[in-house]
Design a protein. Sequence first.
Length: 320
Amino acid sequence: MKAVWYTENGGPDVMQVGELPEPEVGPKTVLIRVEVISIEGGDLLNRIHTPPARTPLVPGYQAAGIVAAVGPEVTRFGPGDRVVGFNWSGSHAELFAVPEAYAYPVPEGMDMALAAVVPIAFGTAWDALFTYGGLVSGETVLVQGAAGGVGLAAVQLAAAAGAAVIGTASSAARLARIAPLGMAYGIDYHGENIAERCREITGGKGVDLVLDLAGGKGKDALVEALRGHGRYAVVGAAEGTLPSFGFFEMIRKAMQINGISFGRDMHTPRVHALLADLFAKVASGELVMPIERSFALDEAVEAHRFVAEGHPFGRVVMKP
């Protein structure tokens, strides 16, 4: 099969495209013939920071397609079914093997490109906001990096729950595109002070919850924007740098910090029920996710570079 692979950490150029053996089909495996690959932020971070557990390593953890084969113990799917699959590696290929518990049915008639981008973006946003963030109606949430996939999902879900949403983005034009999705206040982080604007918006109180989807040097401003006893969700690091929290910094704000890793729970009945609901809402148009660009699998290096440097609005996908 054609696949993207690498043997060492680094920038996009460490990836190569070539022929690799097809994945093995174990007793509980669902083998997917890939139609659309969703490039996730974690795909880039893993390439940069996580040493390959084996080589060559096929990156990527989410893709949609048609079931090509199943193991003898699989009961929920059969060949020909439309699914989205998750695994910690392997999506950047023509065939993607996932455990049955990490495969999710695609609603009839739903566009496969839209289906491919649902689980991580919307599921991560849901857990950051509600499962671990405890957001309730009337509270204020700051979404740092609101123009990305998880950010756009968070804006919509938080607004629907009755929260006041403050979003940050790199320009007024991008903020204008986010506003119709439920963002009440926008901050251009290139020209405005995030902490000062959040204090103005909240009457000096500070925000109840921060979703940090970008990481990097902006962390300090987000901490300052947070109210005392506020909640801080560590979700992603779009810049590729990994900030840290100081011991007394946490004490001074009496802040609660939650690290969000939706993938850890994606095999659970809770998440299966959640994703079924989210798939239905995206399929119906109640929730939306823009797809900025589509690349061929052969263009994986260019695609990863675009995600890292091009500031895509929403998601970027590849097709074998």
